[in-house]
Write a protein that binds this ligand. Structure first.
Ligand code: PMP
Length: 458
């Protein structure tokens, strides 16, 4: 169908995720039609370097034939199988067992969902069931971080602490609470890592106390790196300290690896960077590299066994029609093979080192307040004043300007509303591809800097 008709039909009928509907109707969609390697193409024939791996998910890049073949074969053989009533299927069994083998600590039990949000929901459901099973039904409260993102379901959006996901939606729920982020560039306690760690541990303790003590708190959940909050990397030692505090307080430690899983920050799981052993862990995105929808929650032996023993002969009433979907699982298996045997993890680590060193060169740019990141996950915080760290006023719409400039320069990155640029390239970028990406990001920053409305706001 020709481009203009598609854009018109999109305007009339397609409700988009996290979009200003009326603005989108005015502007019209960029309709993507094909992709190959690290590039995507739109319906006008324009090609873009994808610096965001779709939505930080296409870790393996586009056009991986082994994934395509695995999906086609599985669709022909067994396109669907329920996990209810004692049924199972081979790809789901193999994927669960291989993941359990690779996962940290005793995370040996894998429940498959469809994406990140319902994996987080599932983690919360299992946690609540566990607390009831151990005879602590008052353990109902959940604590998460300011600037955190945990999905767009009612539960996940409530754990999230980004204003757009709350406004008008009647979340957070009454049992969902926040403590300040470790966000070092704008932390009231300053940038000293030890001060930030101490403040977070104290904030967690204080919040637990305020909620009536450990008998009232089920869990603390956080991301290894806060992604949608603006790619906020915690100081080294922060995650182990929070895990230790959870153990000491007798609350569960849930790690949300939806972005950081599958090589995004180096190892297969982000938890490996600081040898974490969470009680529950959520993943999605890179699990299937976005080729089919799938997420998962890993349960430790203790959590799984307690739930199983408590339920006894009764069903644990949690499940989706598409839990352990065979086609998604076959895609997951083929993707996992690329990480573990196809050199994708090593390639990502190599490219990630290059990305970090090349991006560091942008720190001197007049619009750049801070460059931060780890391996193939990076944030560039754009500011109106490098000295005072002041952001651009909302009416400058710096995020929208950067987004437009990126498309003009044939590159896709995430332009957060406050101006932060998010980068999450596919792990199969070569060093030359990284250089090209950084050059196009710099050109986009230069172009925006030339705009009179931006210049006058500096
Ligand atoms: N948790 C985290 C940390 C995420 O980044 C996301 C998505 N960006 C989610 C949960 C929700 O995942 P999904 O969009 O697949 O539902």
């Amino acid at each position: 169908m020709i481009s203009n008709s598609l854009i018109e039909l999109d305007r009339r009928h397609l409700v988009h995720p996290v979009t200003a509907y009326r603005e989108h109707e005015k502007r019209g969609a960029t309709v993507l039609t094909s992709a190959s390697g690290i590039h995507v193409q739109d319906s006008t024939g324009k090609r873009y370097l994808d610096g965001f791996a779709g939505l930080w998910c296409v870790n393996a890049g586009y056009g991986q034939q082994s994934i395509v073949d695995a999906a086609a074969k599985q669709m022909a053989e067994l396109p669907y199988a329920t996990g209810y009533f004692g049924f199972s299927n081979e790809p789901a069994i193999l994927l669960a067992s291989q993941l359990a083998e690779l996962a940290p600590g005793t995370l040996n039990h894998v429940y498959f969902a469809l994406g990140g949000s319902d994996s987080v929901d599932s983690a919360v459901r299992f946690t609540q069931y566990y607390c009831n099973a151990i005879g602590k039904p008052e353990k109902r409260h959940f604590i998460s971080l300011e600037m955190g993102y945990h999905g767009s379901s009612t539960t996940g959006a409530g754990l999230t602490a980004l204003p757009a996901f709350h406004a008008g939606f009647n979340v957070p729920l009454p049992n969902q609470h926040k403590i300040p982020s470790h966000y070092s560039y704008r932390n009231p306690v300053g940038e000293d890592p030890q001060a930030i760690i101490a403040a977070s541990v104290q904030a967690l303790r204080d919040k637990v106390t305020a909620l009536g003590g450990p008998d009232h708190v089920a869990a603390f959940i956080c991301e290894p790196v806060q992604g949608s909050g603006g790619v906020l990397v915690p100081p080294k030692g922060w995650l182990p300290a929070m895990q230790a505090a959870c153990r000491e307080l007798d609350i569960l430690f849930i790690i949300d690896e939806v972005i950081t899983g599958f090589g995004r920050i180096g190892p297969l799981f982000g938890s490996e960077v600081e040898s974490l052993e969470p009680d529950l862990m959520t993943v999605a995105k890179g699990l299937t590299s976005g080729y089919a929808p799938m997420g998962a929650v890993f349960l430790s032996d203790r959590i799984y066994d307690t739930i199983a023993d408590h339920a006894g002969k009764n069903a644990v009433g949690h499940g989706f029609t598409y839990s352990a979907h065979p086609v998604s699982a076959a895609v997951g298996l083929a993707t996992l093979r690329l990480y573990t045997e196809g050199g994708l993890l090593e390639s990502g680590q190599h490219a990630g080192a290059r990305l970090m060193s090349r991006l560091a060169e942008l720190a001197g740019h007049p619009l750049v307040g801070e460059v931060r990141g780890i391996s193939m996950l990076a944030g560039i915080e754009v500011v109106a004043s490098k000295e005072t760290r002041e952001l651009f006023a909302p009416d400058v719409a710096i995020g929208a300007r950067l987004a437009t400039a990126s498309l003009d320069n044939g590159v896709i990155f995430r332009a957060f509303a406050n101006g932060t640029i998010g980068l999450a390239p596919s792990l199969n970028y070569t060093p030359d591809d990284i250089d090209e990406l950084v050059a196009r990001v710099k050109k986009s920053l230069d172009d925006v800097l030339e705009q009179p409305e931006v210049r006058s706001a500096l």
